[in-house]
Design a protein around this ligand. Structure first.
Ligand SMILES: Nc1nc2c(ncn2[C@@H]2O[C@H](COP(=O)(O)OP(=O)(O)OP(=O)(O)O)[C@@H](O)[C@H]2O)c(=O)[nH]1
Ligand SMILES: [Mg+2]
Length: 322
């Protein structure tokens, strides 16, 4: 019998795959078990979920009892609407990104191997915040397995190279080989979405070096020229990172009230429907849902929409329930 798994189940499964701590694993498995369709076709899967849940609950209990540090030194708590990990070769400018795009204060220095541990910072994009994480360089002397795991688990990885570095070719080959071993694809379509930047094109000869490098690797990836000194580049990067998260911001108001300009949006994945938004607002609202009205610049002005209407970024929603 087919399992007919729902999008909610796949979301919960995705959460499990991306969980880093035992706490997160337990809550993702609980969610999977809660939302899995309960019928004969999923009985085996349900039993398997229960077995895994019981295993991780035991691990959790042991960790709590022994006072073992559940969070290793490189663990960074997730915050904001998504995570972007900056990684790459030594001295490429990774920490400069954090310093320019967030209020974090990483050490930036004109010598390699400055950064030793991951450092998070929050980047404001319009009315939402995106977490950026600075990391130590990917180089034979320093590479630790947790770094590539952190890249894999990110929503977006920005891979930064210094196009003026005399070792650029070796550095690129080293990083590509490590990514290939881990199965991390060099594409903005897979997960994590991978954006490759050739940094420091402002330096004399930087643009020429970028073009030669791009040509050499054009069959493997398509890099973007960049300078952390350029406000224009930084501002288009903010926008690009938001776009790559593939989310929509949905604003809500109660029937009969005016829009609160300061209200924070619900952030949902692209393709979410009015029903997904109702569920995000309140579980009960999904059950008592009757219809919704929608306002969208130049498109809708309070029209009624059904539960399966696909929301766009910026939509204002008014949910009517029984
Ligand atoms: N000219 C120029 N210099 C840059 C640019 N971005 C960063 N730098 C400089 O490059 C040097 C290294 O920058 P960091 O941000 O510390 O580089 P990193 O990748 O974090 O270095 P590690 O932590 O050692 O791997 C610093 O002197 C920065 O000021 C850029 O776009 N143009
Ligand atoms: Mg650094």
């Amino acid at each position: 019998m087919p399992a007919n798994l729902t999008p909610e189940y796949h979301d919960a499964e995705e959460k499990f795959k991306r969980s880093e701590t035992t706490d997160e694993k337990v809550s993702a498995l609980e969610e999977m078990l809660r939302v899995i369709p309960k019928h004969k076709g999923t009985e085996k899967m349900q039993a398997d979920l229960k077995r895994r849940l019981s295993k991780f609950r035991k691990v959790h209990q042991k960790e709590s009892a022994s006072g073992v540090q559940r969070k290793p030194f490189h663990y960074v708590e997730k915050e904001g609407i998504g995570r972007v990990v900056f990684c790459g070769s030594p001295n490429g400018g990774k920490s400069s990104f954090l310093s320019k795009l967030t209020h974090a204060d990483p050490e930036v220095a004109d010598f390699p191997f400055t950064t030793r541990a991951p450092l998070p910072g929050m980047m404001q994009f319009e009315d939402v915040q995106i977490q950026l994480v600075d990391t130590p360089p990917i180089a034979p002397e320093t590479l630790e397995p947790w770094l590539l795991a952190m890249v894999e688990l990110a929503d977006i990885a920005v891979l930064v190279f210094d196009v003026t570095d005399p070792d650029l070719l070796e550095q690129t080959e080293f990083v590509l080989a490590r990514f290939e071993e881990r199965g991390i694809e060099l594409s903005t379509k897979s997960r994590p979405r991978l954006l490759i930047l050739g940094n420091k094109v402002d330096v004399d000869g930087g643009s020429e070096s970028f073009l030669a490098w791009k040509e050499l690797f054009e069959e493997q990836f398509c890099p973007v020229p960049f300078s952390t000194m350029s406000e224009e580049d930084l501002s288009s990067l903010r926008k690009k990172l938001f776009e790559l998260l593939r989310v929509v911001r949905v604003y809500t108001k109660a029937p009969g009230t005016k829009r609160d300009k300061d209200a924070r949006p619900y952030v949902l994945s692209q393709g979410s429907t009015v029903m997904d938004a109702a569920e995000a607002i309140h579980k009960d609202l999904a059950h008592s849902f009757k219809y919704a009205r929608i306002w969208a610049e130049e498109k809708y002005n309070g029209q009624m929409v059904e539960r399966d209407y696909v929301l766009q970024d910026g939509d204002l929603l008014e949910v009517h329930s029984s």
